[in-house]
Write a protein that binds this ligand. Structure first.
Ligand SMILES: Cc1ncc(COP(=O)(O)O)c(C=O)c1O
Length: 371
């Protein structure tokens, strides 16, 4: 039971502390606190799970995205959705790249692939796609596009550890994908990120880049960061791998229950996951048609909060509406209408791996009683 009967929106999925501490004692004893044995073991485990050639663990998804853009040598403009978390786009700005915002698909909330070609110019060097809430984008269309225009394709896969596109694990698409292991993610290492790539040269560069670009003699050969993962995070990540598939299965059951209960209410719709794909459901969102439902997303958020149920209007504001992005949006005013509409009608409901079904039912009852 959560404190005071409150239902949080999210709760980290964590392994047994005792087994983490046993391994960490060894790390303490040998003094190798960062980027060492357990990071290597975690990378091996992830390679095996995802079926990808290279895994490079980093300090977080944001640093991973920054380093991927740097190591691929991206230039000019990068096509990116605005309906995403700000760090997706921040990673481009930190590399002096210009984000070219693309609208989202109103059903899947992922970038609208059919709109991309209109925005490709001579200056475009890449597309940065995002698995919104764990939902895989249209990989086949994206791969055809980048092949045709000879540009790079990378993914912010922060929500997608365990997602699958047509049976293939996220982590195997484009030039590289970057996952997050922050506490709100499907599994966590406290903080952390995972870069996957089937490009061996890129993986080599990333391994240098996460350590300042230092090949070992401090004669740095590229401009890196300190983006190392520490051993405690790696141990937590490794142990959490045992929880991952079960977490996804539990979330699927809870989402099915939500859909059964809320599907009966007029004015509530769900994110579309295309047939044959698997989402992690890192978040479960509903779209509210305020006229049919009787209140809008922000009003429902407040009504549920009064009943001890935490929800989040998310992603809001969309990136192009955020203060820091004003200067990058001037060229595309009024062309992100779906992004604005989705951001104005979305609400993420409580979902975490060990959430009980009775809690889902309590949330559904509270929603039914709200307008
Ligand atoms: C889509 C997306 N990208 C990137 C990030 C940033 O991840 P990190 O905190 O690991 O840098 C988040 C964090 O929530 C996210 O939701």
């Amino acid at each position: 039971m959560e404190k005071n009967g409150l239902i949080p929106i999210n709760k980290p999925t964590v392994p047994d502390l005792k087994c983490i501490l046993e391994e960490y004692q060894e790390v303490f004893d040998n003094g190798m606190l960062t980027n060492h044995k357990y990071v290597g073991m975690f990378e091996e485990r992830l390679k095996e799970y995802l079926g990808v050639r290279n895994v490079v663990c980093v300090s977080c998804c944001t640093s991973g995205l920054m380093l991927v853009a740097k190591c691929l040598g991206l230039t000019g403009e990068v096509i990116v959705p605005s309906f995403t978390f700000p760090a997706t786009v921040h990673s481009l700005i930190w590399n002096n790249l210009t984000p070219v915002f693309i609208d989202c698909n109103p059903e899947t909330f992922n970038l609208d692939v059919d709109e991309i070609e209109k925005k490709i110019t001579k200056r475009t060097s890449a597309i940065l796609g995002v698995y919104i809430f764990g939902n895989p984008p249209e990989m086949d269309k994206l791969e055809n596009l980048v092949h045709k225009h000879q540009i790079n394709l990378i993914f912010d896969s922060a929500h997608a550890l365990g997602s699958q596109f047509k049976g293939k694990f996220a982590g195997n698409f484009g030039d590289a994908e970057v996952f997050s292991l922050a506490p709100t993610k499907i599994i966590t290492s406290g903080e952390g990120g995972i870069v996957t790539t089937n490009n061996d040269d890129l993986a080599k560069k990333l391994k240098l880049a996460r350590n300042y670009g230092n090949p070992g003699n401090y004669d740095c050969c590229l401009l890196g960061l300190n983006a190392r993962m520490n051993e405690l995070s790696a141990i937590m990540g490794l142990k959490s791998m045992d929880l991952l598939e079960d977490s996804i299965a539990r979330r699927h059951n809870l989402v099915n229950l939500y859909k059964t209960e809320l599907g009966k209410i007029e004015g509530i719709n769900f994110q579309r996951i295309r047939k044959g794909n698997r989402s992690t459901f890192n978040y479960f969102s509903i779209l509210i048609d305020s006229e049919k439902f009787g209140m809008d997303n922000k009003e429902l958020h407040l009504a549920l909060e009064k009943k001890g149920i935490m929800t989040r209007v998310y992603f809001y504001p969309p990136v192009h509406r955020q203060k820091v992005y004003k200067k990058y949006y001037y060229r595309y005013k009024n062309s992100l209408s779906w992004t604005d509409k989705i951001a104005d009608s979305i609400l993420c409901l409580p979902l975490y791996s060990d959430m009980g079904e009775e809690r889902v039912l309590r949330v559904c009852e509270a929603i039914k009683d709200s307008p």
